[in-house]
Design a binder for this molecule. Structure first.
Ligand code: ADQ
Length: 735
């Protein structure tokens, strides 16, 4: 079975220095829990940093640590102090982190840090390349390693790469600010599957890919140059059972067995039956909205004096990135606000805010979840926020209310929480009042729904679904490979070609023989193409026809000196070499005055788009228009046209960034079949890249060699990935 390796900035163990060397301490974070089940099950390795500065280790210590970790299937990536400063604290935490959380004012654009980020990402990738074999799967995690997928893929294309981003992916308007945006996207696009917590991040990512790389995107499939890449959302879950069972067991402990914290909390509740606890837990980070939360609590105290002496906010802040200036300032602000609230509303017997600036042991955390009436979770931006889910899992008696920021990814899954805007102090104060006075029945009903949902989609399910989706992309990619013209397939096609006595070859023009151009009139044939066509035409057994949607004047001009047949406007016009233009069907264009004004309206509303008028069709081109707006407009236009075309016997054809309206009863398939009628050809071949060519692929007789250019689904028998591949193919035919 193919292995599955995990790559993350940190390993699932940290190191503790003891008198006789370093000890491994197992991490309990969400990622470590979820991934451990995955990489052990599939026999892979976990590649990451041990958390210790490599400058501090002697070579012997370093070897001993590597060995210990290897016994746990972990492969270390050493980082020096300088690298930690530049790659981790620098580019990861001072550039990507603030930018992706929309804190653009905090972003540090240091080229030195960027260079270190590239170097360290390469080191991670190199370690992966040492352990991953062809056919293995690799799952890369998070914003510290955005370049790793491509660094793996470019060296080992047969390794399937997944990537999951744990933080938000920002809107294109924010992402574009970064000078290294192209490189970061390219790095991510090395993955076969990209996972995000919620659809909004996925959509932002796809939008950046479309705008910066111009790739076609069909739903959530990116058609990159020669590969299909998938993006999808997978909302990360928690180890629900662990929180649930710990919560039950801590509450069943006898009084002497209980923790100090537990006893203190019980004392607090004993003083009065009206006492209430509000819980706030996060890393001390500017994205978490802690000062705003404190201000909202102050507002609540101001508005509802009846709660003085009865309500306490327990605020846990885990120290984080304490050397960075913004974090130091944040700490100062939080300290001052806590002091201010306690000074204003506290007295000898009552402290409104209990503030803990430290990490808590797991059991204490669960005790707090279990004993708090309200969870106040108000990040300004948060990829997901697992605290909200942990609170839900720990509520044994199904009471408790969550006041939750709409800016946290988790809000999408928690319609039963009281959803607030984290900047709106009044709204939060009101929400607190509502939460504290919510009837128990209502609390239980809401919590019941939440528990059912969060329990179902645990971290294990999440990991499992991602791995399944990775398999699925592999399958889609294989489908493409099945039709791909490999050397041996080419050999077969060529053998039939060489043995044939009379051949008909139909070649689409744009996107097949020549790459697309923003201005269609500039997509002229070059010398290489003339040479390829002339070589084909020199063989007297060949009848070669260009079959295109273009108008006849353009093709006539471009191919004036080439002895080739032309079929234009999707089959309206035919000119055999040396002959006159003739129409293949009886058509008229009385309908044009009805349709043209509709298209004109769309041109006015879609800057960059324009209309092309052919003899028997009208075309709306939108290749030069803003990509996302024009997609919406194209759908609107199709809707509007659908209402009109039925009565007028017209057809709507959707090509590559064009919508064409033409008289019914004409298409490339009908035209090609008329052309070969009675021709006694024993070798038929058709090549094309878009939807209009599918008519040829479907309607040519069985046995025809039909070739789709591009990676989209097709009814053709074969696929070639690009114009370059088409040219190479044609050049080699008959050799
Ligand atoms: P974080 O920003 O770290 O994670 P979050 O998802 O809330 O945010 O996870 C915090 C974890 O730390 C929780 O498991 C919590 O129990 C624990 N924790 C918090 N305070 C603690 C304390 N005082 N003592 C001990 N433990 C404490 C990033 C993204 C999130 C995303 C996760 C997972 O920023 O948006 O949900 O990754 O993808």
């Amino acid at each position: 079975m193919s292995k599955l390796h995990i790559v993350a900035n940190r390993l699932p163990y940290s190191l503790k220095k003891e008198a006789d060397g370093y000890e491994l301490v197992e991490s309990v974070g969400g990622l470590a829990t979820g991934m451990k089940s995955v990489y052990t099950e599939y026999g892979g390795k976990w590649i990451g940093w041990s958390g210790v500065n490599s400058d501090e280790l002697s070579p012997q210590e370093s070897d001993a640590i590597d060995q210990k970790l290897l016994e746990k299937s972990c492969v270390t990536v050493p980082l020096s102090e300088q690298e930690i400063l530049e790659y981790y604290e620098g580019f990861s935490n001072k550039t990507v982190w603030p930018l992706f959380h929309y804190f653009t004012q905090y972003v540090d654009y240091s080229p030195v840090n960027w260079e270190a980020y590239k170097r360290v990402n390469q080191r991670f990738a190199d370690r992966v390349l040492e352990v991953a074999e062809d056919g293995d799967r690799v799952w890369v995690h998070d914003y510290q390693l955005l370049l790793v997928p491509e660094m793996i893929k470019s060296k080992k294309p047969n390794v399937t790469v997944g990537f999951f981003l744990h933080i938000p992916f920002p809107s294109y308007e924010v992402f574009r600010i970064l000078p290294w945006r192209m490189e970061l996207l390219k790095g991510m696009l090395g993955a076969d599957l990209l996972g995000f917590h919620i659809y909004d991040y996925e959509r932002h990512f796809l939008s950046s890919v479309r705008r910066l790389y111009g790739y076609e995107i069909a739903f959530n499939e990116i058609h990159a140059d020669d590969r299909i890449i998938k993006a999808d959302s997978f909302p990360m879950g928690i180890d629900y059972a662990k929180f649930k069972s710990t919560s039950a067991s801590v509450m069943q402990k006898t009084i002497p067995e209980r923790s100090e914290l537990h006893k203190e909390l019980e004392k607090y509740f004993m003083t009065s039956p009206d006492r209430r606890l509000i819980l706030s837990i996060d890393r001390l980070d500017y994205t978490k909205g802690i000062p705003q939360r404190l201000k909202a609590f102050r507002k609540f105290m101001e508005k509802y004096p009846e709660f003085h002496g009865k309500v306490t906010l327990v605020m846990l802040a885990v120290p984080s990135r304490g050397q960075v200036e913004e974090y130091m300032m944040l700490k100062k602000e939080v300290d001052e606000l806590v002091g201010n609230i306690n000074g204003t509303y506290g007295n000898i017997n009552y402290t409104p805010v209990w503030y803990f600036y430290r990490a808590m042991p797991f059991e204490n955390l669960v005790e707090l979840y279990n004993m708090s009436d309200v969870a106040l979770i108000t990040p300004l931006r948060d990829g997901m926020n697992l605290v909200a889910k942990e609170y839900v899992a720990s509520r044994g008696n199904q009471t408790g209310v969550i006041v939750l920021s709409e800016m946290a990814g988790v809000a999408k899954e928690m319609g039963e929480a009281i959803i607030i805007n984290p900047i709106n102090e009044d709204e939060i104060a009101e929400a607190l009042y509502r939460a504290l006075t919510m009837p128990l029945d209502e609390q239980k009903q809401r919590m019941g729904y939440l528990q059912e949902r969060i329990q179902r989609y645990s971290v294990f399910k999440w990991a499992g679904e991602f791995v399944d989706a990775l398999e699925n992309v592999k399958r889609i990619q294989k489908e493409f490979l099945v039709k791909k013209i490999t050397n041996s397939v080419f050999g077969e096609i060529n053998k039939r070609y060489v043995n044939a006595a009379k051949r008909a070859i139909f070649l689409d023009y744009d996107g097949t023989l020549t790459a697309f151009h923003k201005n269609p009139q500039e997509a002229t044939p070059n010398d290489e193409l003339y040479e390829i066509l002339n070589k084909l035409l020199a063989d007297k057994k060949n009848t070669v026809t260009i079959i295109s949607g273009r108008d006849r004047y353009t093709l006539e001009k471009w191919f004036a000196d080439v002895p080739i047949n032309l079929i234009c406007e999707h089959g309206v016009w035919l000119r055999k070499h040396g002959g006159e233009w003739q129409t293949l069907t009886n058509v008229n264009n009385d309908w044009m005055p009805v349709i043209r004004p509709v298209l004109e309206r769309f041109v006015d509303r879609t800057p960059g788009s324009f209309i092309e008028e052919k003899n028997y069709s009208l075309v709306w081109h939108y290749r030069k228009a803003e990509p996302e707006q024009s997609l919406i407009r194209a759908n609107e236009l199709k809707d509007e046209l659908l209402d009109l075309v039925g009565n007028l016997n017209l057809e709507i054809m959707e090509g590559s960034k064009v919508i064409e309206v033409k008289s019914g009863g004409i298409n490339k398939g009908i035209a090609a079949n008329q052309f070969i009628h009675n021709g006694n050809f024993d070798y038929l071949m058709a090549m094309g890249d878009d939807w209009t060519d599918e008519y040829m692929f479907k309607e040519l007789p069985d046995g025809a060699i039909t070739i789709k250019v591009g990676i989209q689904r097709t009814s053709a028998n074969y696929k070639l990935e690009s114009v370059d591949a088409v040219r190479k193919f044609l050049r080699n035919l008959g050799e």
